[in-house]
Design a protein around this ligand. Sequence first.
Ligand code: NAD
Ligand code: UDP
Length: 344
Amino acid sequence: MANRLLITGGAGFIGSHTCVVLLEQGYELVVLDSFDNSSPVASERVRELSGSQALHVLKGDIRNAETVNQAFRCRGPIDGVIHFAGLKAVGESVANPLLYWDVNLNGSRVLAAAMEQRSCRTLVFSSTATVYGEPEQFPLREDSPTAPIHPYAQTKVAVEQMLQALCRQKNWRVASLRYFNPVGAHPSGRIGEDPLGIPNNLFPFITQVAAGRRSHLRIFGSDYPTPDGTGIRDYLHVMDLAEAHSATISHLLKQDPCTHLTLNIGTGRGLSVLEVVRGFEQATGLTIPFEVVERRPGDVPRLEACPDQAEMTLGWRAKHSLLEMCRDGWTWQQANPTGYRSAA
Ligand code: NAD
Ligand code: UDP
């Protein structure tokens, strides 16, 4: 019988792409999402892309225990959970730390309590490369020290620690995946990243400049200690990240109790802002006007994963190139100029 999974935040950017991959592999999915930062249209398109109807969507907040219990009851026993739901804007977390502790930590606690009550003890958690703070040694391995510098990353470290304790004391099987910078979209252009308002992140900003929605890109700083002076990140295609989730849950479901994995999920190849701009121009034949402005507060010069542990544990490695990330992100932007609102 097919495994049934609960996917919190499954209508969001990474969640929706992961749902396509999991449905294609025969899982039955229950998505619990508040739609605070996503649209139900994403889940409709996930069904269309996967050709599967085994996707059940519930609107609700992970902080509400009754809602979470309802998600566990709605179809039958849940074999494992992939927990994407949360808030992710660094600046907002500095401005409103209580909200971040509430949604990210308290939400995860409510979810974990409901799981424990049902003896559903297998979980994949969305962590982040920002747990490493401002590291000096590269590439980053999982045993590099965590040193979070803002509330967003602090909440992620706290949840990782809570889950580690559950593995030790309560026989859980958990993987905390520390994502680097997921970008791009499903190659069909039917689902993709749909930020509300002005994008914080580099990739959606570039695609909106390309589409004429914004006049030019502002590059935050060209005086970093990097070869061209602009910040370096490890960008990975969101479809590679989706595959990493499917590899992780299938691995965890076969493990003995008391398994705790912490894995970096990146390509291992850092790219500067200027390299991304040039790559996008090459992939699309367009020109991206930019100006260099001051550094953005809180930005670190460089983040770059060592992906070896993920490959050794899961047999997973990122496959897609920068060209594919740019091409697929641009296909999504062109087909959906105002994101899922274009579908109305
Ligand atoms: P997203 O905002 O697109 O998806 C998160 C989903 O969670 C959204 O659909 C949102 O509506 C939902 N949600 C938010 N609060 C909720 C709540 N209280 N109850 C129920 N649902 C709620 O973000 P994403 O980029 O897909 O990120 C998914 C996860 O990965 C997040 O936990 C994020 O912190 C983490 N992450 C993202 C990145 C990135 O660059 N995108 C990098 C590292 C880690
Ligand atoms: N960046 C930029 N202009 C933008 C958005 C981002 O120059 O409009 C830079 C940013 O300073 C960083 C890189 O692009 O060096 C990636 O930023 P993003 O916000 O996408 O990811 P994060 O900083 O969260 O890793």
